[in-house]
Design a protein around this ligand. Structure first.
Ligand code: CUA
Length: 180
């Protein structure tokens, strides 16, 4: 049989399906079902999904909240760009802002304390990726994503942008301190 020529048997859908083809359909269908049910399973057991809260926020509003925290709790400045290092009170709402091509400010949290970590962008999409931990959250303008976090280890953690955001994306690096 050829797929170029018209079928010899016009009413082809009434012919019995070949057993080899049935086996193939069986495999394909089984695999489809496995993949389909893997989605809810992965959601429940994979712990890969965003489990925080999300709110609408205008970039200007968000920036004002960040600035308020920075002015109240800056302890020093770091790096060539003199980024403020902020040590907000334990248990408080802490704000991190993403913009082209910078994280602002640098947060210094206390081990064992719980914070509400807010993430938003002033321009377009960035990605919050905390290294070497497996924390990944999309950071979008207009959305205030809130993660409830309790650092269990002290040290210096790397913060990278893992959503391509333009020509200087690779320089969008920062850190997060956790102190005892
Ligand atoms: Cu911001 Cu990539």
């Amino acid at each position: 049989m050829s797929s170029i020529l018209p079928p010899a048997e016009k009413i082809w859908w009434k012919q019995p399906v070949d057993s080899v083809e049935m086996i193939w359909i069986g495999f394909a269908l089984t695999w489809c079902l496995i993949m389909f049910f893997a989605m809810p399973l992965w959601h429940v057991y994979g712990e890969q999904n965003y489990s925080g809260e999300a709110y609408n926020v205008l970039p200007d509003q968000y920036q004002a909240r960040v600035e308020q925290m920075v002015q109240a709790h800056t302890v020093r400045h770091e790096s060539d760009q003199q980024i403020p290092v902020v040590r907000p009170p334990a248990g408080s709402d802490v704000y991190l802002l993403a913009r082209l091509w910078q994280w602002y400010p640098i947060l210094e949290l206390q081990k064992g304390q719980t914070y509400r970590l807010h993430l938003s962008s002033l321009d377009w999409q960035h990605g919050f990726s905390l290294q070497p931990l497996n924390v990944n959250v999309q950071v979008l303008p207009g959305y205030d994503m809130v993660l409830t976090v309790t650092p269990t280890e002290s040290g210096e953690f790397g913060l990278v942008c893992n959503e391509y955001c333009g020509i200087m994306h690779h320089t969008m690096l920062s850190k997060l301190y956790v102190v005892d």
